[in-house]
Design a protein around this ligand. Structure first.
Ligand SMILES: [Fe+2]
Length: 469
C-alpha cells in the first residue's frame, strides 16, 4: 500500500492550513488505510495439551537428559550454551562435541543448578558453554551418560559480515496448547528453513496454574526440545516469566526462567540476563526487558544508551530489536502497555535507524507502517504517529498459541499506522538476503506450511533507505 502523508510545507499559509487539517483528519482515524484481515476467529481459550501428550514424553532411561536447548553463547556466534535437565540426580555436566558424528573429540564441563518454587523442586539444570567453535559448521553433541547418552546437532552461524544471508524464525507467546503445537510444527515445516528462532517472550505459561505449577516448565522444555536442541533460540523475557507470587512466598521475580534459560548477557556488557545483544551473521540483535526498570539512570537505560552507538552497520547492516510488550498495538488487549518504554527509547530507534522491532504479548498479529511519534514537547501538541522512513517497522507476533486464547477485539477504525492485522495463531520468517534486502513473511496456522498470509520486502535502513512498496 502506498500513502501520501506528505511532510513538505505548502507555499501559501491558507493552503498549508487546509492540507494540515486534511492530513490530520486522515491520520487521526478518519481514514482507514491499513488492512484488517477478513479472517475473524472465535475468542476461545487455547487448551493446554494434557500431561501425557506425546510431545511431553520423557526420554527413556534412568536420569536421562531432557529439555535440551541451545542458545548463542557469546557476542559473535562462536560459542553456544547447551542446557538440559537431569531429573533424578546431578549426573554428568559434560557436553561432548565435534564435527564428526561418530567421533565427539571435544568436551566441555558445565554447571548444575537447582531451585525451589513453593512446593516444587526442580531437577538438575545444566548449562554448559562450548567455545571457539568454527563458523558455518555442523557440530554434533551429546549429553548424558552410558545408555542414556542423547545426541543432537546444530550448525553454527556464518562469520559476521554485511552480506551474509541468514533466516530468523519469529515466535512469541508460545505456551503449550494444541495451538502451540501447531505453531511449532508450522515453523519447523516451513520451506523457508529458519536457522535461529528469535523468541519474543512468554514461554510456558506455567504461572497460569495453581502455585505456578513448575511441572509445566518441564513439559514446555520437553515440548520445544525438538527445535531448540537443534538451533539456537534467542530468549526475551515476558510477563509470564515474572513468576512473582508474594501470596505463596515467592518474591524473587523470574526465578524459574533465570534458572532454566541462560543467555550471554555479559558478552555485551550487560549486567542482567533480561537485556543484552548478540551479533549473528549480518544482524545485530538487541533484546530489551519490558519488565525490568528502563527509566533514565537505570542499568537498562544506561546500557542501551551506550549500546546503540556501538552497532556497526558496515559489519552488521540489520539492526533488530526484540521486546515483549509492543509499542504500537491496535488491539484492545494490553493497549498502551508499552507506551512508557516507547516514550523513553523511541527517539533512539529513529536516530539509529532500527530496521524492525519484534514484540509479543498481544495474542494476535500486527505489522505497522514505518512511523514515529517523537515530536511531542508537552506544549506543542505533536502527539500523533507520523510517517518516518528512519523509523522501524513494528511487528507484534504474540500469536504462538499461549493459553489464554486469541486477542480478536481491535480498536476501530484501524489506526493509519497499522498496516496489517489479523487475530490468528502463527509464526514469521525474517529472511536476510544481503545488506540491502530482507524478505519477511507471516504464516497463519490455518494455512499450509508454505502460505504467506502477510509479507513485505524490507529495505535496510542504513544501506537502502527507500520506502518499501
Ligand atoms: Fe505477555
Amino acid at each position: 500500500m502506498t500513502h501520501s502523508w506528505s511532510n513538505s510545507p505548502p507555499a501559501a499559509a491558507a493552503a498549508a492550513a487546509l492540507v494540515v487539517a486534511v492530513a490530520l483528519a486522515a491520520f487521526s482515524g478518519g481514514c482507514n488505510a491499513g488492512t484488517t484481515s477478513a479472517f475473524v476467529r472465535k475468542a476461545q481459550k487455547a487448551v493446554d495439551m494434557p500431561l501425557d501428550s506425546d510431545v511431553f514424553r520423557v526420554p527413556p532411561g534412568y536420569n536421562a537428559p531432557q529439555q535440551v536447548h541451545i542458545t548463542q553463547g557469546d557476542h559473535d556466534g562462536s560459542a553456544m550454551i547447551v542446557s538440559w535437565v537431569t531429573p533424578d540426580e546431578p549426573g554428568s555436566s559434560l557436553v561432548f562435541y565435534g564435527t564428526s558424528e561418530n567421533h565427539l573429540k571435544f568436551s566441555a564441563k558445565g554447571k548444575v543448578y537447582r531451585y525451589k518454587y513453593y512446593n516444587y523442586t526442580s531437577g538438575y539444570i545444566h548449562h554448559c558453554t562450548i567455545r571457539k567453535l568454527e563458523h558455518d559448521t555442523t557440530y554434533y553433541y551429546a549429553v548424558g551418560v552410558g545408555h542414556t547418552l542423547r545426541k543432537f546437532w546444530f550448525k553454527t552461524s556464518p562469520k559476521v559480515g554485511p552480506d551474509v544471508p541468514y533466516t530468523f524464525g519469529l515466535i512469541g507467546d508460545l505456551g503449550q496448547s494444541f495451538d502451540s503445537n501447531s505453531t511449532l510444527t508450522h515453523y519447523q515445516s516451513n520451506p523457508t528453513k529458519g536457522q535461529t528462532v528469535l523468541f519474543v517472550g512468554d514461554l510456558s505459561y506455567a504461572d497460569n496454574y495453581p502455585y505456578h505449577d513448575n511441572v509445566r516448565w518441564d513439559t514446555w522444555g520437553r515440548f520445544t526440545e525438538r527445535s531448540a536442541a537443534f538451533q539456537p533460540w534467542i530468549w526475551t523475557a515476558g510477563n509470564h516469566e515474572l513468576d512473582f507470587e508474594p501470596d505463596i512466598g515467592e518474591t524473587v521475580p523470574f526465578k524459574p526462567y533465570k534458572h532454566r534459560y541462560h543467555v550471554p548477557y555479559r558478552a555485551s556488557g550487560s549486567t542482567s540476563p533480561f537485556w543484552y545483544s548478540i551479533k549473528r551473521a549480518s544482524a545485530y540483535i538487541i533484546v530489551l526487558a519490558s519488565y525490568s526498570a528502563y527509566g533514565k539512570y537505570t542499568p537498562q537505560y544506561t546500557w542501551l544508551e551506550a549500546e546503540l552507538p556501538k552497532v556497526n552497520r558496515i559489519e552488521t547492516p540489520w539492526l533488530i530489536v526484540l521486546m515483549h510488550s509492543p509499542w504500537y498495538n491496535s488491539y484492545n488487549y494490553h493497549y498502551m502497555e508499552g507506551e512508557s518504554m516507547r516514550v523513553m527509547y523511541e527517539k533512539w530507534f529513529v536516530d539509529y535507524k532500527v530496521d524492525v522491532v519484534f514484540a509479543g504479548h498481544v495474542h494476535a498479529y500486527e505489522r505497522s507502517e514505518r512511523i514515529s511519534n517523537i515530536a511531542y514537547k508537552i506544549v506543542n501538541g505533536a502527539c500523533d504517529p507520523v510517517p518516518d522512513q528512519s523509523a522501524p517497522v513494528y511487528i507484534t507476533i504474540g500469536d504462538g498459541g499461549n493459553q489464554e486464547g486469541l486477542a480478536n477485539n481491535m480498536t476501530e477504525p484501524q489506526p493509519k499506522y497499522s498496516a496489517f492485522r489479523e487475530a490468528s495463531f502463527g509464526h514469521a520468517m525474517f529472511d536476510i538476503k544481503n545488506r540491502t534486502h530482507a524478505y519477511y513473511a507471516w504464516h497463519r496456522n490455518q494455512d499450509g506450511h508454505a502460505v504467506e498470509a502477510d509479507k513485505m520486502w524490507f529495505n535496510n535502513r542504513y544501506w537502502n533507505l527507500k520506502e518499501e512498496s
